[in-house]
Write a protein that binds this ligand. Structure first.
Ligand code: GLN
Length: 328
């Protein structure tokens, strides 16, 4: 499994977000603390970030371990952003190597990462493409135009279609999982998505955490500038991290986090390590249902005591603020 992280908040260097924390994403490449599947994430990495005034993000990806990249320290030291999504990769068996197979995947203003696997890849993808993409571009064309032959790129193609069709981010993630599972496929689907303004993510088979914080030094401001981090696992042991329960979808901005349950998995269709796909032959079109039941969900950030200000985003944990979910 991979590890991934997204950040929104005041401008921060890539270094402060990705390599400085004691259990940073950089360190999680060889020493993750909460990873449920796999032990090392050495099959590449990627960083996507947004520059002020440009809605289309930049990416830097490599097919080699993050600790072996001689160019990263300089890049991470001088690059600042208000919106970042990054991942370190442990390749799923049967998927392509190389930087094109490393998250984040991109489409216009969106950045996407997948922690997990589509069971039975690649055969299951061919069956899913036939089941879920009968209209518009044929499923085969979608498969042939993937950036890399990796399950994550295929899942991103399914989700991207929903986003371009007008779904909001959380709805697109939840609906994609619902449609995949309704078609009989199984897997682990921890997705992470941002458009530079908000983050959407799913906990579906592996760990997911978030933290809102008041950056250090902002306490005297009349309106403190908040940040939010959504990550596979906490990158430090400071206060304020909240775990997202399995089979939930999250929407986060610096001003609020909402967490709602995903649609229940079909009987016998829960994500299951090492299990092959069971795509049904007469699978339905994707359900118009977004896959996000209108349940109230799980409360957001706990109001934990203020402390710690080692760096901007590691300041005072945010007071509890749960925004209304945008998921429909
Ligand atoms: N299946 C994805 C890949 O091969 C993600 C793998 C993972 O989460 N380890 O890149």
């Amino acid at each position: 499994m991979c590890r991934h992280l997204a950040y929104l908040g005041p401008p921060a260097t890539l270094r402060s977000l990705l390599t400085d924390p004691p259990h940073s994403l950089f360190r999680q490449a060889w020493a993750p603390r909460r990873q449920r599947h796999g032990t090392v994430n050495a099959d590449g990495f990627g960083i996507g970030w947004y520059a002020d005034g440009d809605p289309v993000p930049a990416r830097y990806r490599r097919g080699t371990p993050i600790w072996g990249d001689p160019s990263l320290p300089d890049l991470a030291r001088v690059t600042r952003s208000r919106a970042v999504l990054a991942a370190v990769r442990s390749a799923t068996q049967g998927s392509a190597p190389g930087e094109q197979a490393a998250a984040p995947f991109a489409d216009g203003r969106w950045l996407f990462s997948h922690n997990g696997r589509l069971d039975g890849w690649p055969e299951s993808a061919a069956e899913l493409a036939a089941a879920l993409l009968p209209a518009g571009p044929p499923g085969a064309a979608v498969l042939l135009s993937l950036e890399a032959m990796v399950d994550s790129a295929f899942l991103w193609a399914l989700i991207g279609r929903r986003l371009r069709g007008g779904d909001d981010m959380a709805a697109a993630l939840a609906a994609a999982i619902a449609a995949i599972e309704a078609a009989g496929a199984t897997g682990r689907f921890n997705f992470l998505l941002t458009d530079g303004q908000a983050i959407a993510a799913t906990a579906c088979g592996d760990t997911l955490w978030y933290r809102r914080a008041v950056p250090a030094g902002a306490g005297g401001e009349p309106v403190p500038v908040m940040s939010v981090t959504v990550a596979s696992e906490p990158d430090d042991d400071l206060a304020g991290w909240t775990e997202v329960p399995d089979r939930h979808v999250l929407t986060a901005t610096p001003s609020g986090v909402s967490v709602r349950p995903l649609q229940p998995a079909p009987p016998g269709g829960s994500p299951s390590p090492g299990r092959g796909a069971r795509t049904r032959s007469a699978s339905p079109r994707p359900s118009p249902a977004p896959g996000v039941p209108p349940a109230p969900g799980v409360p957001a950030a706990p109001g934990l005591p203020a402390s710690h200000g080692r760096q901007a985003r590691r300041g005072v944990p945010a007071p509890t603020t749960t925004s209304a979910s945008k998921g429909s």
